[in-house]
Design a protein around this ligand. Structure first.
Ligand SMILES: Nc1ncnc2c1ncn2[C@@H]1O[C@H](COP(=O)(O)OP(=O)(O)OP(=O)(O)O)[C@@H](O)[C@H]1O
Ligand SMILES: [Mg+2]
Length: 261
């Protein structure tokens, strides 16, 4: 179990006319094995926040701890899934998934077992030998998720992973991801612009302010989600629940305040 802890994190970027403060003092703990979803206005620093957890960017002040240890750069305990299908086009699905374990020195037999396991869990049996261009967008993103999981990360960072998919496919992948996460565990930080997706997936739903990004609110949805069995039901059904609609309206109101201030 790895928690993700932000301690007074500030991020500034150098721009032409000086400095741009993108993150302005974020303190937050995401407990281990939590599915945390981050929403907020465009440009409020969501991607920057997870790039810092990934070790791809460094905070200007404050620190980020994963499993109690300060982040000192990219490492396989944190895997990233981006919006754009970032697969190696010259490798098959199987080779893409095997890439991380191979780099970590996992023996071929175990590697093969891992690949098979995740191909199966993501519903990709029979597609392992295809190259990315021979797969649909949804399948490519499933390969990307399988590839991220294959290094057995403690933290999975997902930056709008389903934004490029059509609405129907998106629903299937949300359910797929939940099944995978329920089975494999880990801490997930998931960014989305879809409030529907956020309310359905989140244990903790984190609402950010507009830039400079701060935490506006954290909604703990564990109780309601468990009580109404959301994760065991199809999203289209959950979306009819009065409590779901109420929370969704509340989140929308919070986001709108940030857009109109
Ligand atoms: N390397 C960089 N140098 C300068 N400015 C940057 C850099 N990276 C991001 N920014 C700026 O920081 C701000 C926050 O960017 P970020 O991508 O984190 O926002 P976001 O919340 O993910 O937005 P979106 O919802 O549109 O994806 C933006 O104004 C962006 O232009
Ligand atoms: Mg972004």
């Amino acid at each position: 179990m790895s928690s993700v802890e932000f301690r007074s994190v500030v991020k500034r970027f150098a721009v032409d006319d000086g400095e741009l403060t993108v993150i302005d003092g974020i303190s937050l703990t995401v407990p281990g094995d939590t599915f945390a979803v981050i929403v907020g206005p465009s440009g409020c620093g969501k991607s920057t926040l997870i790039h810092m957890v990934a070790g791809l960017e460094t905070p200007s002040a404050g620190e980020i701890l994963v499993g109690g240890k300060p982040v000192a750069g990219p490492a396989p305990d944190r895997a990233v899934v981006f919006q754009k299908f970032a697969l190696f086009p010259w490798k098959t699905a199987r080779e893409n998934i095997a890439f991380g374990p191979r780099n970590l020195g996992v023996a071929p037999a175990e590697r093969e077992a891992t690949v098979r396991h995740y191909l199966e869990l993501m519903g990709l049996e029979g597609f392992g030998d295809r190259f990315p261009h021979q797969l649909s967008g949804g399948m490519q993103q499933r390969v990307a998720i399988a590839r991220a999981y294959a290094v057995r990360p403690r933290v999975l960072l997902m930056d709008e992973p389903f934004a490029a998919l059509d609405a129907q496919l998106r629903v299937v992948l949300q359910e797929n991801l939940l099944q995978l996460w329920t089975r494999e565990g880990g801490t997930v930080l998931f960014i989305t612009h879809s409030v529907d997706e956020a309310v359905y997936l989140a244990d903790d739903l984190i609402v950010m302010t507009r830039r400079p990004g701060r935490i506006k609110r954290v909604l703990d949805l564990r109780e309601v989600s468990a009580r109404l069995g959301w994760r065991k039901r199809p999203i289209e059904e959950v979306m009819q629940d009065p409590e779901y609609l109420h929370i969704k309206a509340e989140v929308w109101r919070n986001i709108k305040e940030e857009l109109t201030q």
